[in-house]
Design a protein around this ligand. Structure first.
Ligand code: FPP
Length: 224
């Protein structure tokens, strides 16, 4: 049985779900929050150490302003309401991505990380304004600035994900089969699962089925 430390998820399909049911993409994003809660709980049940959720990409700024504002309001309220509960559940929050938000949001993000920093349970990484290519470029720039050599180890140490093991599983919901500039470096040996379910419809059972399948895969890491 394969050990399972880190699950990364591209939570795709909120917009389509909301449009289909309520003629509103934003309703889909709101419904997506319930799935996040289910998946966090199930991750804890499975003793998973790291869960990384792709919440907003560097490319998502191209969306209509009203949707962007809605998403950030949602995130803000989510953090405000859930922080205590996360803390009680020993969850450590970490934001990965370029921190270029309003002063208010930056403060809320830093405070959420600070409050939960010493927690030893699940580490919940939220990828916000995250893009993998820029992450890799910045890592190499930092290495050059420190006059170090460009090695695999040094690149790892200068990514947002330093000190986080590479994902064992990547899940993308929503029928689409692409990586969308998410953790390109870190996913080199990750087992990838695509689900046809839209994110608000994805549930504990679907998640547990993927975990079960993963446990029995023969992982070679390039060997035979
Ligand atoms: C992808 O669906 C989803 C997003 C870009 C946002 C995900 C955000 C949340 C679930 C809520 C906010 C996050 C947190 C952590 C509180 P899509 O809009 O691309 O769906 P589509 O492919 O159907 O258009």
């Amino acid at each position: 049985m394969n050990p399972l430390n880190h699950v990364a998820i591209i939570m795709d399909g909120n917009g389509r779900w909301g449009l289909k049911r309520y003629n509103s993409r934003n309703r889909g994003h709101r419904a997506g929050l319930d799935t996040i809660e289910k998946i966090v709980r199930t991750s804890i049940d499975h003793n998973i150490k790291f869960l990384t959720l792709f919440a907003f990409s560097t490319e998502n700024w191209k969306r209509p302003k009203s949707e962007i504002n809605y998403l950030f309001d949602l995130l803000e309220n989510f953090l405000k309401i859930k922080l205590n509960q996360f803390h009680k559940n020993n969850i450590k929050l970490k934001i990965i991505g370029q921190r270029k938000f309003s002063k208010k949001l930056n403060k809320l993000l830093s405070n959420s990380e600070k409050v939960t920093n010493r927690n030893t349970g699940l580490q919940l990484n939220i990828a916000l304004n995250y893009g993998s290519r820029i992450e890799i470029i910045n890592s190499i720039k930092k290495i050059n600035k420190k006059k170090l050599s460009v090695t695999e180890d040094n690149i790892n140490k200068n990514l947002y994900t330093k000190n986080i093991p590479d994902p064992d599983i990547l899940i993308r919901t929503g029928k689409t089969r692409r990586l969308s500039n998410f953790l390109l470096w870190q996913l080199s040996y990750t087992e990838i699962f695509f689900s046809n379910k839209l994110w608000p419809d994805f549930n504990e059972r679907n998640y547990t089925d993927i975990i079960k399948k993963y446990r029995n895969i023969k992982r070679n890491f390039g060997e035979v």
